[in-house]
Write a protein that binds this ligand. Sequence first.
Ligand code: XMP
Length: 315
Amino acid sequence: MFNADKFIEEETARLEREVKGKAIIGASGGVDSTVCAAIVGKALGERLLAVYVDTGFMRKGETANVDKMLRRLGVNHIVVDASDEYFTALKGVIEPETKRKIIGEKFIRVFEREAKKFGAEYLVQGTIAPDWIESGGGIRDTIKSHHNVGGLPKDLNLILVEPLRDLYKDEVRKVARALKIEVAEKQPFPGPALAIRIMGEPTRESVEIVREACAIAEEEIEKAAAAGKMKLPWQYFAVLLPVRSVGVQGDIRAYGYTIAVRAVDSVDAMTANYSKIPHDVLEQISIRITNKMKDKVNRVVYDVTNKPPSTIEWE
Ligand code: XMP
């Protein structure tokens, strides 16, 4: 039986013993990196620098929230706006694995810059067991190059520290709860963020659409779950499809984009069932999305596929 308090105590002691210099960590606001930053911060104090990179693909309000949370946890951190660099690097890129590679590499490059400034010798990463297992850790073939693993350049000059490497998601959540981190109940979010929820080129315009759609889907689903209308799904979000279909705007027919809503129930992300969301909740999501983005989105669909054969994300 996994004991979160024992894990924190032993891991903090090990980090104090083994990490002798300064360390840097990328804090995305996700459960894994936040737990990681908190534990390493406990062991190293000011010798840890958490870098939050605003890639331009984060969820609505994410940057401000993460900043606030890290401050509350007492983690030494900075926020870097690298969105211009990301949009430039992703110009014309539509292939999912290429997106992941570019995003992962840029991530590390931004780090390296900050790491040099800070004088870091160690790179802390919130990699958890399913990340490296699905990235070809020897047990399974590569399914997706999760940016934590796949984007690591060969010439990285920092020593890698991965405190959560052997933990599964439910164990990380237990550790988060023990650390009183509010993200404990937050749904998982992919490292490449909204860039892989845009089927096509990630631009400032497309990310605005999917960001708004994700925020509405999240709000409506959370509201319905809080009201006891449905169980909160394990993961729930929106995806922007590249197809445009005909709709009506007033008296005229107009082309608009399609948003796909995805919600799944799962335990460890290895398999998942689509969530049986009540139709009135789906309708509310659809109405709000198409009202909010009248001239851009005219169709909302719900994904009713399980994993397998699908994956949870669309890319
Ligand atoms: P899939 O889509 O493979 O997703 O069923 C399984 C879980 O992993 C998340 N995911 C990612 N996480 N980098 C990440 O850190 C990625 O590139 C990535 N791709 C998918 C996904 O959100 C789900 O929770």
